[in-house]
Design a protein around this ligand. Structure first.
Ligand SMILES: [Zn+2]
Length: 261
């Protein structure tokens, strides 16, 4: 039987196989992380042994596979890193691996704010010079570092460990919202600043927290939202520009540095 030739212009579809991406989440590998992993697929051709690199050593292959697990690192970059490590002095490689092991074994979460710390209570919570009646709620320690870099905030923090995201299988119970409630109810907190991402999940989490603590008598505030510094108005989206007008600020506040909170 003769197979008719494909008509001119027929596209040949390439079938790609998608596999779950590893997603380490708060609290290690739990069922929610597996769910998140399954939802965030990535092409199989981008994973571990896909590049058909001919490894001359199983040890080399294992090391490359481990480096390739890092976020944003593909197998070729992983191979370059491994070969770099191979060129280092043995004591340098030991120092590198020891730093990782000590990090994993020794790092703690602050018992008060859940920030990463070497001690049971982090340096910020242990600083008597800070305003412990103002608590800034953030998603992760990277947000703590970002706000600290502004040098405008003198209160303390509460790290949630993420935001509520049903599609990712993250519910309120996976975050430290319960600890925040207990912290507020224990007294001594005057204001809670919600500093979460301006996404639907962030807004949902803001509202959930607000409902949980609004009856405690604390002031609940959120970060100002508006046109970013350096932006031209004609390029601002309608929602941002609209919020900027609704939440306009006195002009004097724009050139006065103000006192850190
Ligand atoms: Zn702390």
């Amino acid at each position: 039987m003769q197979v008719a030739p494909a008509p001119f212009g027929t596209k040949i579809q390439l079938i790609s196989l998608w596999v779950p991406a590893p997603v380490p989440g708060p609290g290690g590998l739990k069922k929610n992380n597996y769910l998140r992993s399954a939802l965030r697929l990535r092409p199989w051709c981008e994973t571990g042994r896909e590049m058909n690199l001919n490894y001359s050593s199983k040890l080399l292959e294992n090391a490359v596979a481990e480096f390739a697990r890092l976020p944003g690192i593909g197998p070729k970059t992983a191979l370059r890193m491994v070969l770099f490590m191979l060129r280092q002095e043995p004591e340098d490689v030991h120092r590198f691996s020891d730093a990782l092991l000590q990090l994993k074994d020794g790092i703690k979460y602050c018992e008060c704010c859940h920030n990463l710390s070497d001690t049971a209570r982090c340096a910020i919570c242990g600083d008597a010079g800070r305003d412990h009646s103002t608590v800034c709620v953030v998603e992760s320690i990277r947000d703590v570092m970002s706000i600290e870099n502004t040098m405008q905030y003198r209160g303390v923090y509460h790290v949630l460990g993420g935001v509520i995201s049903p599609i990712d299988g993250v519910g309120p119970g996976d975050l430290t919202i319960g600890d925040l409630e207990r912290r507020v109810q224990a007294g001594g907190v005057r204001e809670v600043i919600l500093a979460l991402s301006t996404t639907m999940e962030g807004d949902m989490t803001n509202f959930y927290i607000y409902r949980k603590i609004k009856d405690s008598g604390v002031i609940v505030s959120t970060l100002a939202r508006g046109v970013a510094v350096g932006d031209e108005l004609e390029y601002a989206d309608q929602l941002t520009l609209g919020r900027s007008i609704v939440h306009r600020t006195p002009f004097e506040d724009t050139f006065q540095s103000g006192n850190p909170a």
